[in-house]
Design a binder for this molecule. Structure first.
Ligand code: PEP
Ligand code: MN
Length: 264
């Protein structure tokens, strides 16, 4: 079902008037984690002012260590839903377990499957039973075939609204957190009809690389970008402050993308 052979035309996922997968670039911006009502409200305001369409933010965080901040949970979902509706933005948030799919779907417009859960088959099967759009991140060691098979689980369950996200893979390089695989963008678009989103934040792990890799992703044909932005990255509650853009950098990037003709 994910294959272009089966479905020659590009899939366009329409969420409350925003088209994901067409010619127009969709930008999702926001913090790694929802931290407080004030934080997410202020970031939502800035994301909207910069011209992006979707607010990102994690309420459930898949942390490498069990003692790290794990996200604020359902309260965070509510804060983000409120900020999104107040500022006229769609919202995207990560869901980690099948049991939380329904509550995440109640509060968010798009559900994200993180890199660590790309092959959480019970989660994928559950996401196949709903109709909310799902942004599926590539596992950091997954081949294209494994990635597309993970998408297939959701599609096979009956949910056609799947987008693929390249977020960097693990290589021998340690300077960057991950290696953003730019070739994945055209390859996945050739093999599949699903929209392809690039995540230059996790794909590099370094703030100064986000802008060039965002532009490179657009040049490679990405249908959208998901970018971390924080008003106070040095004090963010996850370690992802180092890869989060400051609001002025995010706004400048949006301007530049507009000048490149990527945004309408
Ligand atoms: C995130 O988007 O904050 C995240 C945890 O992403 P990934 O699953 O790609 O590491
Ligand atoms: Mn993050």
């Amino acid at each position: 079902l994910a294959s272009r052979d089966f479905h020659p035309d590009d899939t366009i996922i329409e969420v409350k008037g925003v088209k994901i997968g067409g010619d127009q670039l969709v930008v999702m911006g926001g913090p790694c984690a929802v931290e407080s009502p004030e934080q997410i409200d202020e970031i939502a305001r800035l994301v909207k002012a910069a011209g992006a369409q979707v607010l990102r933010g994690g309420a459930f965080k898949p942390r490498t260590g069990p003692y790290s901040f794990q996200g604020i949970g359902v309260e965070g979902l509510k804060m983000m839903a409120e900020a999104g509706s107040k500022h006229g933005l769609l919202t995207i948030t990560e869901v980690m377990t099948p049991e939380y799919v329904d509550v995440c779907a109640e509060y968010a417009d798009i559900l994200q499957v993180g890199t660590r859960n790309m092959q959480n088959f019970d989660l994928l099967r559950k996401l196949g039973t709903i109709r909310k759009p799902v942004l599926l991140k590539r596992g950091f060691s997954a081949t294209y075939d494994e990635f597309l098979n993970a998408a297939e689980y959701i599609l096979a369950g009956g949910n056609p609204n799947v987008m693929l996200c390249e977020r960097g893979i693990r290589t021998f390089e340690t300077y960057t957190r991950n290696t953003l695989d730019l070739a994945a963008i055209p390859v996945l678009q050739q093999l599949s009809h699903l929209p392809v989103i690039s995540d230059p934040s996790h794909g590099t792990g370094r703030r100064e690389l986000v802008e060039p890799m965002a532009k490179a992703s657009v040049a490679a044909g990405a249908n959208g970008l998901i970018i971390e932005m924080h008003t106070d990255p040095d004090n963010s509650m996850t370690g992802d402050g180092v890869q989060s853009l400051f609001p002025d950098q995010f706004a400048r990037l949006m301007k530049e993308l507009e000048q490149l003709g990527a945004l309408v």
